[in-house]
Each structure stands twice: as structure tokens, then as C-alpha cells.
Design a binder for this molecule. Structure first.
Ligand SMILES: [Zn+2]
Length: 301
């Protein structure tokens, strides 16, 4: 049996009016970093952002990375778990087509905005020709997320699986592959590192690495391009009493106090340190989602 540990590096792209001018800088910095470590990654773009930065999207593709879909607009109303099937399908169809027009290639991978999906999302993904989803955070505790009432994550499988159309957190009959975002209580994403520090993330990686050696599940890591841009403006968190109460849309806002107020140069250094450690670990192979699909299919067949 191969002892290769598969690592899927993913980037979720966001853009707000006040940060629009900086997105190209973040993307360029990210490409440099991935180049330095010879890592091929999957960039999840909301369709409207892919259109806005079409030139950069094509440059990312030319470097051998994959472009996936991160919804249509990623605005707060785009919550797939709350939409009826028909609406989800229409939005996913439009988002996929619009990104495909930008890259002149097929889009097969999806990650939902703030990781929210339901069984209808899986059905809509399959109907629209998506092959892979990475919105399930297996064994992440929802209370630390934007989806505080989600209990499905607690029991969802840790290995890639075909979800059910009735419940995306259990195995079922869809042809879509769910590749869970690696998690254990917390997600293996840059936000956890910003909250708990670089040593925490390195230990987290060690744990996932050992698990992967025994259980053969790929490791999925996510960061945002802005996280590694050390010259970005610091976001200062402004406390409001309402942040102590959970909201159905964004969970406990107070948890954001952990992310903001950190120095961008520290966050950047920490992520680069983690990437270096991952790159230098034995038997690691970095894959895009599309390449992971090929491996899964060769095992299935
Ligand atoms: Zn997002």
C-alpha cells in the first residue's frame, strides 16, 4: 500500500468594497508562496469575484492550480442550507457557468460560503455537473463557527464519501464526492491559527498527519490570500454587546475578537512556517481537488 499522505491546500477568496483594490496584491503574494513550495492548490472563487479578477484567475490556472466555485456572490443571503432546492440549483448553475466563461474550462469542485449546505445542495451539485464538495467540517464543533446549530458535523465521516441527498453528513447515493475540510473540534484553517497560534497549528498538522498515515484520508487545509499578505491593514475589532448573543447567520460574533487585532505580519509568518513544515514532511503529495478525484475514481473502479 502506498504510504503517501495527500494534502489538499485550498484558498477561499473573499472581496469586500473596502478591500477590492488589494485582492490582486493578495493573489500575487499567494502565487509566489505556492511557487516557492511547489504546491498546487485549489482556489474557491465566488463567480462575481472570478469575473472581477478574470486576469488573475487565468494566471492562477496557468500555474497549474485549480479554480473551484465558492458560490455566486458569497453575500449574506447566499445560505444554501436555508434555500429551497430549485433556488440552490439555479444559483449553482449560474455560478458554475460564469466561472467557466472566465477560465474556458470546466468547474467541478465546490465549497459553500461559510460551509453551509444541506441534502438539496448535494442534489443540486450533482444535477449541475459538480463532482466534488468540501463544505463538511467533520468533528468540528459548530459553536465555534458561523453554523452553531449544525450537529451533522459531529458524526460526519472523516474520509471522502458519497453523501446522501437527505443528509449531506452521512454516506448515501450521490455521485458527488465529499472531501471533508480537516477538522477536530476546530477546523484546520488559517482562522484557527490566528486564534490559537502557530504552535497549535503545527501540532494540529502532526495529529492529522498521523491519522492520515493510518486511515488514508487526505488532509485539507484552508487559508485566505489576505492572511499571508503582511502589509495589509490591521482590522480592529469593535466590541458590541450584541456580539455576546449568537445569530443564526454568523454564530457568536465575539469569537472574532480572537482573529482581529492580530498583527498581519505575524499571521503571514505563521502560515508560511506551517506550509514549510508541511512541505518538508515525509511522503507528502500536494494535490488539487481534480487530481484527488482521479485517485478516488481509480480506487473505486
Ligand atoms: Zn467564504
Amino acid at each position: 500500500m502506498s504510504s503517501t499522505i495527500y494534502l489538499l491546500t485550498t484558498l477561499d477568496i473573499h472581496c469586500y468594497p473596502e478591500t477590492e483594490k488589494d485582492v490582486p496584491l493578495w493573489l500575487e503574494e499567494t502565487l509566489k508562496l505556492l511557487d516557492k513550495f511547489s504546491i498546487n492548490a485549489t482556489f474557491f472563487f465566488p463567480a462575481v469575484i472570478a469575473e472581477k479578477f478574470a486576469r488573475y484567475v487565468r494566471a492562477i490556472l496557468d500555474k497549474g492550480h485549480e479554480i473551484g466555485c465558492h458560490g455566486l456572490t458569497h453575500e449574506s443571503e447566499e445560505q444554501y442550507n436555508l434555500m429551497p432546492y430549485e433556488k440552490q440549483s439555479a444559483i449553482l448553475c449560474e455560478a458554475k457557468k460564469r466561472i467557466e466563461n472566465v477560465i474556458d474550462d470546466e468547474v467541478i469542485s465546490f465549497r459553500s460560503p461559510i460551509f453551509k449546505i444541506n441534502g438539496d445542495t448535494i442534489k443540486a451539485l450533482q444535477e449541475n455537473g459538480f463532482r466534488l464538495d468540501s463544505s463538511v467540517n467533520s468533528q468540528r464543533i459548530g459553536v465555534f463557527s458561523s453554523d452553531i446549530t449544525n450537529t451533522g458535523w459531529i458524526y460526519s465521516p472523516r474520509k471522502p464519501y458519497h453523501p446522501s441527498f437527505d443528509n449531506p453528513f452521512v454516506r448515501g447515493g450521490s455521485s458527488v464526492w465529499e472531501i471533508p475540510q480537516s477538522s477536530f473540534i476546530f477546523p484546520f484553517i488559517s482562522n484557527s491559527g490566528i486564534a490559537f497560534g502557530g504552535t497549535f497549528m503545527k501540532l494540529f498538522f502532526r495529529m492529522l498527519y498521523i491519522e492520515s498515515r493510518f486511515r488514508r484520508n487526505p488532509i485539507v487545509y484552508m487559508f485566505h490570500p489576505e492572511d499571508i499578505y503582511s502589509r495589509r491593514d490591521r482590522l480592529l475589532y469593535k466590541f458590541k454587546w450584541s456580539h455576546l448573543l449568537p445569530s443564526k447567520k454568523t454564530g457568536f460574533e465575539i469569537r472574532k475578537i480572537l482573529f482581529h487585532n492580530k498583527r498581519p505580519e505575524d499571521t503571514s509568518r505563521q502560515i508560511i512556517g506551517l506550509m514549510e513544515m508541511m512541505r518538508n514532511s515525509n511522503n507528502i503529495e500536494f494535490l488539487t481537488f481534480r487530481k484527488m478525484l482521479r485517485l478516488l475514481e481509480s480506487k473505486d473502479g
